[in-house]
Design a protein around this ligand. Structure first.
Ligand code: ADP
Ligand code: MG
Length: 257
């Protein structure tokens, strides 16, 4: 189950990732591998570079250096880190399902329309197929009755479950979650974590930035503690949470635990 003993192929491989905003170096050479079926959890304080790292993986941010491989395919980059092959980039982006902190559903579309938008208009899936698939996914996340609802009329937990279903609708090779529960009222966190846990249990590959330490301990196969753009410590959850070595990590776990 842990990446160390998994013989699965790599789903995502990041090597020596650097990212600067102007003179501010936010990522200072970060490497990680998620094999197929792995759940890699990224933890760390605010401003440590967690979101930037996820955003670099699907090129929502342009890396300043390093390499990114998705399903064995290396993203072609120019010397400045920007993507060299737009078509390849599109394909790779469409193989990663991203879930953001603030749901980011299209507010002027119903839930069903949110789910079929990319499959129909970008991936050219026949509409009836896309709708059938969307309905299955909505059923999975407990929103079968909400397909005609507009996001504004749903709770945060429902919106985030819809956003997860939308990310699944492109049939991604891996899911990227950026603090999917941190914008939610406490009583709505559980229903979203339960959906994510279900995906982990069925073997979905994911990279999950979270501040839910108990959840990370429960679902992750590998945990990375990021501090100031550097991996300060990483390992299986039992080690990282049970026997942290770094003083910084020990302090961090005290403040969040
Ligand atoms: P985290 O997700 O761990 O809280 P972020 O990756 O969001 O951290 O941010 C890391 C650092 O990068 C912060 O200092 C933040 O201000 C800076 N940063 C993030 N995005 C940008 C941006 N688009 N422009 C300038 N600075 C940014
Ligand atoms: Mg963040």
């Amino acid at each position: 189950m842990t990446s160390a003993i998994s013989s699965q192929p790599d789903a995502i491989r990041v090597t020596g990732l650097h990212k600067s905003f102007g003179s501010h170096e936010v990522l200072k050479g970060v490497s990680l591998t998620a094999k197929v079926g792995d759940v890699v959890a990224i933890i760390g304080g605010s401003g440590s570079g967690k979101s930037t790292m996820l955003r670099c993986i699907n090129f929502l941010e342009t890396p300043s250096g390093g390499q990114i491989e998705v399903a064995g395919e290396q993203v072609k980059m120019k010397p400045d880190g920007s993507p060299a092959d737009r078509k390849q980039l599109e394909r790779i982006r469409q193989s990663l399902g991203m879930v953001f902190q603030n749901f980011n559903l299209w507010t002027h579309k119903t839930v069903l329309e949110n789910l079929i938008e990319v499959p129909v208009h970008v991936l050219k899936v026949p509409k009836d197929e896309a709708v059938a698939r969307a309905r299955k996914l909505l059923d999975r996340v407990g929103l079968a009755a909400k397909e005609d609802a507009y996001p504004a009329f749903m709770s945060g937990g429902q919106q985030q479950r819809a956003a997860i279903a939308r990310a699944l609708a492109i049939d991604p090779k891996a899911m990227l979650f950026d603090e999917p529960t941190s914008a939610l009222d406490p009583e709505l966190v559980g229903e979203v974590l339960q959906v994510i846990k279900g995906l982990a249990d069925e073997g979905r590959t994911m990279i999950l930035v979270t501040h839910e330490m108990r959840f990370a301990r429960d679902v992750a196969s590998h945990v990375i503690y990021l501090h100031n753009g550097v991996i300060e410590e990483e390992g299986p959850p039992e080690m990282l949470f049970g026997a942290p070595k770094s003083e910084r990590l020990k302090q961090f776990l005290k403040t969040v635990g």
